[in-house]
Design a protein around this ligand. Structure first.
Ligand code: ZN
Length: 258
């Protein structure tokens, strides 16, 4: 077997994991921000309700002052009743008092309406406060979870980067450069396993002769079409590669049985 192949395969496996972990790490700030969304919404709702409540309370106070002034006015009118000389004046004055009483009733009605609205807003504000408290709890939990994940990811990335450096050291510079260039040109995959006579990088059928050479793996072989370095999957490398092979075998065995 070509002695470089296991290192190249390991390097690629590390590169794939590094890319995935970096992508995951990149998403964390947005996820933390998104976790605050429901809390901001709940806070806004509570603020709106508090403002509405204050506005209606002010209306109620204004109308109560209005009512007091009106009541004082009615008292004055009543007091003057005794001073009146003629029946005509008396009747006119009574009518004025009746009108004033009617107006007073209208103001009282408006105050009652405001009080009902205040009670309703108070109930809604209570519910909104409970929702906000729950949102605060969930948001804090999610934030902690994501921050822990970020710390774990950073540690993983550090380990993988170190391992990557160690494996890269085992390769000749020329081969490492070739790997790096191929990786950049071929969507991060410089190596591809051969499966069922097909390059799994470009999914094209490769000549049987080449398949046989890849299987022997004395020399590094490249795909005729995409130029990726080819390897025989399962034939080498780590326990992971072996378990992948057994899984693939189990699957093909299943297919054959069916
Ligand atoms: Zn190919």
């Amino acid at each position: 077997m070509n002695p470089h192949l296991p290192h190249l395969i390991e390097l690629q496996a590390l590169d794939i994991k590094l890319t995935a972990s970096k992508a995951q790490q990149g998403k964390i700030p947005a996820l933390i921000k998104a976790a605050e969304g429901p809390l901001q919404e709940a806070s806004l709702r509570l603020t709106q309700l508090t403002e509405s409540l204050e506005a209606v309370n002010k209306e109620r106070r204004d109308q109560e002052r209005d009512l007091e002034a009106h009541e004082a006015q009615i008292e004055k009118l009543r007091a003057r009743l005794t001073e009146l000389k003629t029946n005509k004046e008396y009747q006119a004055h009574l009518f004025e008092i009746e009108m004033a009483n009617k107006k007073k009733g209208e103001i009282e009605e408006r105050i009652l309406l405001r009080m009902e609205r205040i009670e309703q807003y108070q109930r809604e504000a209570q519910q909104a406060q409970a929702k906000k408290t729950e949102a605060e709890r969930l948001s804090a939990e999610e934030k902690t979870r994501l921050e822990t994940q970020a710390v774990e990811l950073a540690a993983e990335l550090e380990t993988m980067t170190r391992q990557h450096g160690e494996v890269a050291m085992l390769l000749e510079k020329g081969l490492l450069d070739r790997y790096t260039k191929l990786k950049a040109a071929r969507k991060d995959l410089a190596l591809a396993p051969v499966k069922n006579g097909t390059c799994s990088g470009c999914r094209l059928q490769i000549p049987p002769q080449l398949v046989a050479e890849v299987r022997r793996s004395d020399e590094l072989q490249t795909c005729t079409f995409c130029h990726r370095i080819l390897y025989w999957e399962g034939g080498l490398g780590s326990a992971k590669t072996n378990s992948a092979e057994s899984l693939a075998q189990a699957e093909s065995g299943l297919r054959e049985t069916v």
